[in-house]
Design a protein around this ligand. Structure first.
Ligand code: FES
Length: 175
């Protein structure tokens, strides 16, 4: 039997309490994505084994949902709020300014060096901060999110430059 990789062993330990035919699939997927920031092929194989399913069926189910990712997240992910209060305050302009500064065509892309990514976000009730984005960094125990509200196009460009160049974000936002 081949040696188990460290990440495979971590996934196995994470999903050890889930059982086949027990409605545990979504919970298992969420737990693994929360820990690693995405679902690797290796992790899908371990979950499928634990739940006694074919990996292809598990992948088919997971890929139906927007919230699951199958590639490692960037060092910092900008989650852009697409909710109505933000849209009313020019969040589209903020998205476009950031994408252009980062050299991306669209959301769900990353810079070539994987330093920054941008994804679609949904309103989470912080509309008083509209328009806003969340800066998401994946630590050892799941994502850490920092909301950045009251965005303007100028702030968005400064923030995107700082993220791209590895400069001080707070300084860029407050400038
Ligand atoms: S619409 Fe953006 S936080 Fe609510």
């Amino acid at each position: 039997m081949p040696l188990e990789t460290e990440s495979k062993a971590r996934v196995r330990a994470l999903v050890a309490d889930f059982r086949p035919n027990n409605g545990d699939m979504m919970a298992a997927l969420h737990r693994v994505q929360h820990e690693f920031g995405y679902l690797s092929q290796e992790s899908l194989e371990v979950i499928a084994e634990q739940l006694d399913m074919f990996p292809a069926i598990l992948y088919g189910a997971a890929s139906f949902y927007d919230e699951f990712r199958f590639e490692a997240p960037a060092q910092t992910t900008v989650r852009w709020c697409s909710g109505p209060a933000c849209r009313l305050r020019n969040s589209n302009g903020i998205r476009d300014a950031m994408l252009a500064t980062l050299g991306m065509e669209d959301l769900h892309e990353q810079t070539e060096d994987h330093r920054v990514g941008m994804v679609l976000g949904q309103c989470n009730g912080c509309c008083e901060l509209a328009p806003m984005v969340w800066l998401e960094q994946h630590g050892d125990h799941g994502p850490e999110q920092t909301p950045v509200g009251h965005m303007t196009a100028a702030r968005a460009v400064r923030m995107a430059r700082a993220l791209r160049d590895g400069a001080d974000i707070e300084e860029a936002i407050d400038a």
